[in-house]
Design a protein around this ligand. Structure first.
Ligand code: PLP
Length: 436
């Protein structure tokens, strides 16, 4: 039926068949042939609370029995409760939520808000970023997924963020990388014309294009540049938010407060689609008496908001974010670094919480990647690695010349150790392709 009737995202019709998923629980899912997989990708990095969490399911069921759908212009209690809970976890001063159905729409609306509030047309975003697959979000995206969609009309320019392992600034340490990345951004702002810029949009910890953790001082520096020029700072926390980095939001690690903050994925772990934008008081004030020019039929859907209330409440009470932080410092971080000592194909290990990347290289000295920019894993040694992990019951996430390690925030130490043992065995496939 799939072959006859479906077009899959990012795929041609002749894509290879995928496995058929039959069920899931916690950190595991299984297919119709009974093969079980330890989910080291949290699906699309969204199942932060783990699969089939009973409290989220219960919250959806109760709301379904009561009221499945309602116009976004009418009030429903759980929508307000979801907004309140989200605002309570967000940095101070981000107290108001505009709901969407997912991450790209959240980015789309954050940019529209920034343009409306500032009256300026253009937006800056980073190379090595992903912001979603709708038009503006796609134009913001600073990786090869933009190329087939780039019509050059979105009013977006790009800059390089910090990435010491492949420094664009010939830096040799984090401090230098931070300083040079900030002076590069200052120069881009100057040449674009500060008065034309509505917003800088960035992922506080960059997700799919590499799990790039910024050096201390970088986000504060961007904040300062934005303030100097009246530019709004939009933090895209769609992937790095809601516990992924071991904090409720990635910006919490550095105490930086954006003007707008987007979220989706982990807010309710995608049990029902939900995203949104958190507005700072200053941005919200703009719409005190002027209507915001935008909205969506399903925004703040009762079932999605019920799932968010269930998920955030359970995350608080079960200390899920604390668990993610601990897994990062006690198990994943040390475990992955230990793998790097044994496997010459690992060039660098970096990450936070349950958000890690192994930078995979043919040659540690030259840092030559296995996969060129814009190339998929097919036909490269990374496809072999992916296959080997799956064969051994681990569901991996391979992107570019990297493997990302992103289990649910609820995983146990034993599950992580089990996954690391599979990685240890599987990486030998890649080591054979290295020049030691
Ligand atoms: N922003 C970031 C940082 C993301 O990682 C993603 C998706 O992976 C998006 C936006 C788009 O979210 P969605 O796929 O829900 O539209």
């Amino acid at each position: 039926m799939e072959r006859a009737h479906l077009l899959f995202p990012w795929s041609a019709l002749d894509r290879p068949d995928s496995l058929v998923v039959d069920g899931a629980e916690g950190s595991w899912f299984w297919d119709t042939e009974g093969r079980r997989y330890l989910d080291f990708a949290s699906q699309f990095v969204h199942v932060n609370i783990g699969h089939q969490h009973p409290r989220v399911i219960q919250a959806i069921k109760e709301q379904a029995d009561r009221l499945c759908t309602v116009s976004p212009a009418l009030s429903v209690e759980l929508r307000a409760r979801a907004a309140e809970l989200i605002a309570q976890q967000a940095p101070d001063g981000l107290d108001r939520v505009f709901f969407t159905n997912g991450g790209a729409e959240a980015v789309e609306h954050a940019v529209r808000m920034a343009r409306t509030v500032t009256g300026r047309p253009k937006v800056l975003s980073a190379y090595r970023s992903y912001h979603g697959a709708t038009n503006t979000a796609m134009q913001l995206t600073g990786d090869p997924r933009r190329w087939p969609n780039d019509n050059g009309t979105a009013g977006v320019s790009h800059f390089f963020g910090p990435y010491l392992y492949r420094s664009h600034f010939h830096a040799t340490d984090e401090e230098q990388e931070c300083e040079r990345a900030l002076s590069h951004l200052a120069e881009v702002i100057a040449f674009e014309g500060p008065d034309t810029l509505a917003a800088v949009v960035l992922e506080p910890v960059v997700g799919t294009p590499g799990i790039l953790v910024p050096p201390d001082g970088y986000l504060a520096g961007v904040r300062e540049l934005c303030d100097r020029h009246g530019i709004l700072l939009v933090a895209d926390e769609v992937m790095c938010g809601f516990g992924r980095t071991g904090a409720w939001f990635a910006v919490d690690h550095w105490g930086v407060r954006p003007d707008l903050m987007t979220f989706a994925k982990g807010v309710n772990s995608g049990y029902v689609p939900l995203g949104g934008v958190l507005l700072s008081d200053r941005v919200a004030e703009h719409f005190a008496h002027r209507p915001y020019p935008g909205g969506l039929t399903y925004a703040g859907h009762p079932l999605a908001c019920a799932a968010a209330v269930g998920a955030v409440t359970a995350m608080r009470e079960e200390k899920v974010v604390e668990n993610a932080a601990l897994l990062g410092t006690e198990v994943l971080g040390p475990g992955l670094r230990e793998l790097a000592e044994r496997h010459p194909s690992i060039g660098e290990v970096r990450g936070l919480g349950v958000f890690w990347a192994l930078e995979l290289v043919r040659d540690r000295a030259t840092r030559e990647p296995f996969v060129a920019l814009g190339q998929g894993p097919a036909g490269t040694p990374l496809a072999e690695l992916e296959q080997e992990c799956r064969r051994r019951g681990l569901w991996p996430f391979v992107n570019g010349s990297r493997m990302h390690v992103m289990p649910p925030c609820t995983a146990t130490g034993d599950e992580i150790r089990e996954g690391l043992a599979v990685l240890d065995k599987s990486l030998s496939v890649l080591d054979r392709h290295t020049r030691r």
